[in-house]
Ligand binder design. Structure first.
Ligand code: ZN
Ligand code: ZN
Length: 290
């Protein structure tokens, strides 16, 4: 990093408080053109049509990739909320890179920093710098491209994860080609690109909407909120105030009615021995849930 975000908060920062509340770093518009252009690719469905196969690819790839992001990138790599073997660890990482949200080490190291510095100037995507910044601005800014390997040493020691992190294009290209082989142009345009765009923005909503709209069951020092709508779209990640209060848990819906499909799948996988030692929610944390 050229300048830490924390340093921007010092007294000799010449910017006014109002300026500080805007995006803390410039947006790299030029290098973000491919990312922005991909948002328009699903419009080609007007030309290709949407076949039944394309809808199946759309649905399966959305839910499977969301699981790899929530269970893998988030709960496993960033928070170590459960244990698994090296093969399933790699499968989670590979599924995660197909979601086109960069590599597992990049994602998890930035997310750990979000928790360490939630809603302070050191936070990578606090909505106090604006909704746009927290949703997508930070991703396409000039600042957060490199992976902070020091922040994720525990997983950076695996060469296969470092390789995947460096060559994260492998994921989207593999899934893109597979979608084309299975469903032709319609499979590629709708099954892959449209579901990828939806997946981006539903994931990003955890950083924007779930820090702005919803109930605060716990008085955390950050702005996190429980938002049922985001929870439905993201397999349970919308119970974000719960998660900020007790990050270690593999479960983010702390009450039976807080739907958390990622946790249900992890629980089922634990019954067949694919994952183990799912960290639970202590009784005192359950009790404080207002
Ligand atoms: Zn987290
Ligand atoms: Zn958060």
């Amino acid at each position: 990093m050229t300048a830490t975000a924390a340093s921007l908060a010092t007294d000799d920062d010449p910017r006014t408080a109002q300026q500080r509340s805007g995006p803390p770093y410039p947006i790299a518009w030029r290098s973000s053109i491919p990312f922005l252009a991909l948002h328009f690719v699903p419009l080609l469905a007007f030309v290709t049509g949407i076949s039944t196969t394309a809808w199946v690819i759309f649905g399966v790839s959305y839910f499977a990739r969301m699981f790899c992001i929530t269970a893998g990138y988030h709960r496993y790599f960033a928070h170590r909320a459960f244990k698994t073997g090296r093969v399933f660890q790699f499968l989670l990482a590979f599924g995660g890179v197909t979601a086109t949200q960069k590599g597992p080490l990049w994602w998890a190291s930035h997310h750990r920093r979000h928790h360490r510095e939630s809603d302070t100037d050191g936070d990578v995507h606090s909505p106090k710098h604006g909704v746009f910044w927290s949703h997508v601005g930070w991703v396409i800014s000039t600042e957060f491209g490199p992976t902070d390997l020091d922040g994720i040493k525990d997983f950076a020691k695996f060469p296969e994860l470092r390789w995947l992190n460096r060559h994260d294009w492998v994921g989207p290209w593999s899934l893109g080609v597979a979608s084309f082989l299975l469903g032709g142009w319609s499979g590629l345009v709708w099954g892959f690109f449209a579901s990828t765009v939806l997946l981006w923005h539903c994931t990003f909503m955890v950083n924007s909407v779930a820090h702005l709209v919803g109930r605060r069951r716990y008085e955390t020092t950050d702005t996190s909120r429980n938002n049922w709508f985001v929870a439905i779209l993201t397999g349970g990640e919308g119970w974000h105030n719960n998660h900020h209060h007790f990050q270690a848990s593999a479960r983010q819906g702390f009450r039976w009615w807080q739907i958390d499909t990622t946790f249900y799948i992890l629980k089922a996988l634990s019954w067949v021995g694919v994952v183990r030692d799912l960290k639970g929610v202590p009784e005192r944390v359950q009790r404080d849930h207002r």
